[in-house]
Write a protein that binds this ligand. Structure first.
Ligand SMILES: Cc1ncc(COP(=O)(O)O)c(C=O)c1O
Length: 404
């Protein structure tokens, strides 16, 4: 036991008692009464498939982002896949993807028939490094998918400049970044298209769900058709009272439509998106304050003129000052009954990308630095003040215990 540890501060890993009785689930969403009632109304309406509520959610989201068009789909992965397909990416093309991201960003490129070309990030912002992206451009590069990591907008001036110089399509992976802004302009309006996620841990949740925003009306029309089997655009209205409509199959599409049950959640989640952000900003500030002085780096502040969507609070452990690995710290936090996450182990360290594309350790040192020492603390708007203090108390006690 370290000399400064009192009995009460002793972590479970050193024989103490867990800080909490109940397990704090990482990423549990803030679901409230209005969406519960809307789901019930949807169930009672007799129509739970793609219908009027999807239309309402799509329009509310389009208006919130301020994009010319929005199309609701079943996930951000589907949104990325369809955006890449309509962008003109073809088999044999290369698409720049940061190596520090969730698998879906690169997998969508593979599903579109192209090759994901991984790019290193900047360890402070965790976003794709524009100079590394510039070095990765070849005559076959057709598109880039920058990820606004953790909700912090990427350096879009540099990335858009690079895209302009090389004629690249830009598809923003905005899965973390619904509320984010770059230089006063909203994420979702910066590139050719942007893809959002409403997965259970995201800032707006529909269980599963996604959205594409785009400034290209023809892309939006094609995505809408591709998202529902390739059927003619208003096929989802075929059971409405507007009279029977025959659909036409225009393409071999996908089953990527959002349902009214999901949209019922989304409509009310979106109505609280700004108040939930303010709550997460307050939790973030409390974490910054409460974690000061510990052997760990706290996340980079938002860029000047920008707004951070506060999706992930990633702590980077100062491993040189700790006698534990990140995984030992994670385990110790779980034993305190605090759920945590890892965002992410870089893609090039996973077997699929290594074996298929020949990537390996040592290629992207910044992303590897993050991969080894990152852990994500809970940041849902659902957290009570007590929960936040428990997260802080557990993190402090565990890091104090492991401090060299
Ligand atoms: C950066 C990033 N891109 C894409 C996705 C895929 O989102 P979905 O689960 O909605 O398909 C995620 C989901 O976690 C993500 O974090």
């Amino acid at each position: 036991m370290a000399r400064s540890e009192s009995e009460a501060d002793l972590p479970v890993v050193a024989g103490g008692r867990p800080l909490r009785d109940s397990f704090l689930v990482y990423g549990a969403p803030a679901i409230e009464e209005p969406e519960i009632q809307e789901v019930l109304a949807t169930l009672r309406s007799g129509w739970i498939g793609t219908g009027p509520r999807v239309g309402r959610f799509q329009e509310a989201f389009r208006s919130y982002i301020g994009a010319p068009r929005a199309v609701a789909v079943s996930s951000c992965t589907a949104a990325l896949h369809l955006s890449l397909l309509v962008s003109g990416v073809r088999p044999g093309d290369e698409v720049l993807v940061p190596t520090l991201t969730f698998a879906a960003t690169a997998n969508a490129v593979v599903h579109a028939g192209a090759r994901p070309v991984l790019v290193d990030v900047d360890r402070r912002t965790q976003c794709m490094d524009p100079s590394a992206a510039a070095s990765a451009v070849t005559p076959r590069t057709r598109a880039m998918v920058p990820v606004h990591f953790a909700g912090r907008p990427c350096d879009m001036d540099a990335l858009l400049g690079l895209a302009r110089r090389h004629g690249l399509v830009v598809i923003e992976d905005a899965a973390h970044a619904i509320e984010a802004m770059h230089d006063g302009r909203r994420v979702g309006t910066l590139g050719d298209a942007a893809c959002f996620s409403f997965y259970v841990t995201k800032n707006v949740v529909t269980g599963e769900g996604g959205m594409v925003t785009t400034s290209h009306p023809d892309w939006a029309d094609r995505i809408q058709v591709l998202a529902l089997h390739g059927l003619s655009a208003d096929a989802w209205m075929r059971y409405s009272d507007a009279g029977f409509r025959h659909y036409q199959v225009q393409q071999a599409g996908f089953k990527y439509n959002m349902t009214d049950l999901q949209a019922a959640l989304g409509i009310h989640q979106l109505a609280r998106v700004e108040s939930n952000l303010r709550r997460r900003e307050a939790i973030w500030a409390r974490y910054d304050e409460g974690l000061a002085g510990l052997p760990a780096w706290t996340p980079a502040p938002p860029p000047e003129g920008g707004r951070h969507a506060r999706h992930l609070y990633n702590l980077h452990l100062d491993l040189e000052r700790l006698r534990a690995t990140r995984d030992q710290v994670l385990d110790a936090l779980i034993q305190e009954r605090i759920g945590t996450g890892v965002h992410y182990v870089a893609l090039h360290l996973h077997p699929y990308y290594a074996e298929t594309f020949g990537y390996g350790r040592g290629q992207f040192p910044e992303a590897e630095w993050v991969s080894e020492r990152t852990l994500t603390l809970p940041l849902s708007a659902r957290l009570s003040d007590r929960d936040v203090e428990d997260v802080l108390g557990a993190t402090r006690r565990v890091l104090a215990h492991f401090r060299r």
